[in-house]
Ligand binder design. Sequence first.
Ligand SMILES: [Zn+2]
Length: 182
Amino acid sequence: MNTTHREIAEYWSQHQDECDLSVDWAEAEKLCWRCAQGRMLQRCHIIPRALGGSEESCNLVLLCGQCHAEAPNVADPEFMWIWLRAHAVSFYGTYWYNRGLREYEFIYGAKPLAEIGESEKLLPRLRGAVERYIKQTSTHWGQGKLNPATIAWLLRQVEQEARNDAIPSAQPSSFQSLDAAR
Ligand SMILES: [Zn+2]
């Protein structure tokens, strides 16, 4: 019989400190232990079955499909927890955005929006750009969430618009019409 999600969460709540993990143990049956997204969770072997790993709670963690695909497959049980803690985020809902930022830096060699800075006028305008460009993005089957490369592209489009807008000679009418449309 398969070990249940509840059994796995209960076991680890007593054997690992939730400190420095993305997920609180109280929500560990519902949220992925790496990205803390509430998606269909999979039972992920700490030591893979191919390397003799068991089906017991002590050898299982709960991950979404996207995180499961990236999880380590090694005969070193400590490394799963090193990996989970290295990827931990302090706030729910920020994991994949942070990955998108890192992907952007990897591709373009700089942080997005680094040269543009913040302005009160710009922020609502950026939100409008995200809403428009997100319609040109999609997810891989079964993942349900934009992946880092897709987020990096989205950031790039928004940044290019922002850069154009940041030039003082930009036409103010385009701001107004977009603001009115929202
Ligand atoms: Zn995940």
